[in-house]
Ligand binder design. Structure first.
Ligand code: NAD
Ligand code: FES
Length: 287
């Protein structure tokens, strides 16, 4: 059993939980994910790791209530335990393999969209701890949905906030902010990393291509086993079938077939809607 030692709500629908998982915490690296099963009957939910502390033996996950299973996870409170937390899964971020000299010569820009801001944090923190220059763009629909602002400020060189409605920071999408930074403010970057909704990663990639900036994206595909056996996480990258759970989740954005990935993501929308409508929380605290 995996005990929740801390829970806080970042917004009314996004919760952050620190979970006791010592072996996972000591092995986790930026870019990896884990799979949570709330109870014995629970669905396996892949979640990106938002932080890890090997000394305390804890990992942090951020979950948005979007369906029956994510609502179930968010209904758990401090002191409750999950049946399973499996990981770390997937390949760590590409930069973890680079030498200190290589990293020192690069300037990174992260493009974080909505809930996708949480998994950006451990990556920026890892680079910051090694003295690497990192700028971060966070995009959210509105001010109240911005997450990880203070945490990110403490680990990046420059933080640029954008909101769709202009309630905080730049009014517009993350892609418009990136274009402004490069084309108007004269910023120079060697590598972009985009994490957020699939549609944002598609347009971030198109913008990066225009700016001749290499971009890595983290694909949040459907997943079932997370071990390369079931094929649920199948994506086409560079014309080849790849399994996001074992060969990703990070891929070269230029090579990803985003339209197919978005079609596959929507495959079970009807079933998910029905499950959410009929969901009764098994831990007994309502939806
Ligand atoms: P959102 O829809 O509020 O979008 C966040 C920001 O992304 C927007 O403010 C905007 O700046 C940018 N964006 C959105 N659409 C865009 C477009 N067409 N062009 C350019 N920029 C665009 O985000 P949300 O509601 O928090 O997103 C939730 C989604 O994020 C879920 O689908 C979830 O699965 C996904 N997610 C992905 C990851 C990952 O690892 N990739 C991690 C967590 C969550
Ligand atoms: Fe089953 Fe990737 S989730 S192969």
């Amino acid at each position: 059993m995996y005990k929740i030692v801390r829970k806080d709500m970042l917004t009314p629908t996004i919760c952050r939980m620190k979970v006791e998982a010592p072996r996972l915490a000591s092995a986790a690296q930026p870019g990896q994910f884990l799979i949570v099963r709330a109870d014995e009957q629970g669905e396996r939910i892949p979640l990106t790791i938002s932080d890890y502390d090997a000394e305390a033996g804890t990992v942090t996950i951020v979950t948005q209530k979007i369906g029956a299973s994510t609502s179930e996870i968010c209904s758990y409170e401090e002191g409750d335990s999950f049946a399973d937390v499996v990981g770390p899964l997937g390949i760590p971020s590409d930069f973890t393999e680079k030498s200190a000299e290589e990293l020192a010569s690069k300037k990174y820009v992260f493009i974080a969209g909505g809930v996708g801001t949480a998994p950006v944090y451990p990556q920026v923190k890892w680079l910051h701890e090694r003295g690497v220059a990192v700028d971060v763009i966070i995009g959210a629909k509105t001010k109240d949905l911005i997450i990880y602002k203070e945490e990110m400020e403490s680990v990046c060189d420059n933080l640029y906030i954008c909101t769709d409605d202009g309630s905080e920071g730049f009014k517009g999408l993350v892609t418009a902010m990136l274009e402004k930074l490069v084309n108007e403010d004269g910023k120079k970057y060697d590598q972009a990393i985009a994490i957020g909704p699939m549609i944002m990663m598609k347009f971030a990639t198109l913008t990066c291509r225009k700016l001749e900036l290499p971009v890595i994206v983290s694909l949040n595909t459907l997943m079932v086993d997370g071990t390369g056996m079931c094929g649920a996480c199948r994506v086409t990258v560079g014309g080849k079938v790849r399994f996001a759970c074992v060969e990703g989740p990070e891929f070269d954005g230029y090579l990803v077939d985003f339209d197919e990935a978005m079609r596959r993501q929507r495959m079970y929308c009807t079933e998910e809607r029905e499950a959410t409508e009929h969901h009764t929380c098994r831990i007994g605290r309502g939806k």
